[in-house]
Design a binder for this molecule. Structure first.
Ligand code: SPD
Length: 387
């Protein structure tokens, strides 16, 4: 039990140290017994509809139906594949969505731009279930925890089909640093035969490349983005896929090595087994650290059903529902009350709930300045176009 909480505490201290100043975690402190009975939420007086926009493969089977049954609220659930896609929708306005789930890396500017509304915490008693350490890290994006409620967190890393990768490397030893597999042409030249896939998003790939060359993954210096672009140019010819379907790409063998998200890579491993494959698919822990992300629920500024949105957020924050997310989607929950309900094989998987020693090496989420975003978009476009 102590061990399971260590990761959250480690996350908190890593981020606060990285900020260069000591901040007290804000937020919600779980009162004794907060985990047990679902707290009563205020009744909604709105039409019984709720529109949610979330990442694919992120919601446990049956969770939406259970909410609909209990609340009588009909949920329309759509998905987006990148933070950029969600950002574009929010900026265009009139999304029609009540709840969206941005990464905190994007949420900071969305909050500053007035695209998300403050929560009415009196409607979310189960906020008390959240891990204060995690909430403390989120104040960088959302001062005073006014707008964001964690859905899950995880990390961007290297995933492999070990069976295929070892075959393609043909006796060449695996590198100490797993990032070499995707950023060092010595490896990519061999792995292109079984398929190198990258997430199709500048803000996923460029920070990882920056980290690999020893720069700040959230650098504000445009010259760093040129350096990342120069690195990426060297592996461009070896990239098979810019992927929006990473779980299937890995599970079905379209790719043998990927830059992807920890939980999705673990889901690919399960899917491959379920499909009868004997190949070993693994989420790796690069020696220089992987890149942490936190995805958070927020209510759009022009939400038509804010009360229903609060009711859903409160429902999701029940310990048993948050635990279902970890158990089925292989991402750690930010819900402290849920930790004891996570299955031992998930809680004990060190590529889901990483150990504190590895935690200390990971890159904490931050946000990008506007010049950085522009430099990143340019570097990524040139990379993709092979220019
Ligand atoms: N299948 C769910 C994937 C969620 C990924 N969110 C990642 C954001 C990383 N910046």
């Amino acid at each position: 039990m102590v061990k399971k909480y260590l990761w959250a505490l480690a996350l908190s201290s890593v981020v606060l140290v990285a900020c260069g100043k000591k901040e007290e975690p804000v937020a919600v402190v779980a009162p004794t017994g907060a985990a047990s009975a679902p707290a009563p939420a205020l009744k909604s007086t709105e039409e019984k509809v709720l529109n949610i926009y979330n990442w694919p493969d992120y919601v446990p089977a049956g969770l939406i139906a259970a909410f609909e049954k209990e609340s009588g609220i009909k949920v329309n659930y759509d998905t987006f594949e990148t933070n950029e896609a969600l950002q574009a929708k929010l900026v265009a306005g009139n999304t029609g969505y009540d709840i969206v789930v941005p990464g905190t890396v994007f949420a900071k500017t969305q909050i500053e731009g007035g695209l998300l509304q403050p929560l009415d915490k009196s409607r979310i008693p189960n906020l008390a279930n959240l891990d204060p350490a995690l909430m403390g890290t989120m104040v960088k994006a959302d001062p005073d925890n006014k707008h964001l409620v964690p859905w899950a967190w995880g990390f961007t890393t290297v995933g492999i089909n070990r069976t295929k990768v070892e075959k393609a490397l043909a006796g060449m030893p695996m590198p100490d640093n797993a990032w070499d597999l995707v950023f060092d042409p010595k490896y990519t030249a061999k792995l292109k035969s079984c398929g190198l896939a990258l997430l199709d998003s500048p803000t996923e790939i460029i920070p990882a490349a920056l980290h690999y060359i020893g720069k700040d993954a959230y650098s504000g210096d445009p010259a760093d983005y040129q350096a990342a672009g120069a690195l990426l140019a060297k592996i461009r010819k070896d990239v098979r896929l810019f992927s929006a379907t990473m779980i299937d790409d890995l599970a079905t063998g379209r790719a043998c090595v990927v830059v992807g998200w920890s939980g999705d890579i673990n889901m690919a491993a399960t899917r491959a087994k379920d499909n009868g494959s004997k190949d070993v698919i693994e989420s790796l822990l690069p020696s220089t650290g992987a890149l942490i992300f936190i995805d958070a629920m927020a209510i759009t500024k022009d939400a038509k059903h804010p009360q229903n949105a609060h009711a859903f957020i409160d429902f999701y924050l029940r310990a048993e529902n948050a635990a279902l997310m970890s158990n089925e989607m292989s991402y750690p929950t930010g819900n402290k009350a849920a930790v004891d309900k996570v299955k031992p094989e998930i809680a004990g998987n060190k590529t889901i709930f990483v150990e504190s020693a590895y935690f200390a090496k990971m890159v904490s989420p931050n946000s990008f300045s506007n010049p950085a975003r522009e430099a990143m978009a340019n570097a990524y476009t040139s990379f993709k176009q092979g220019k």
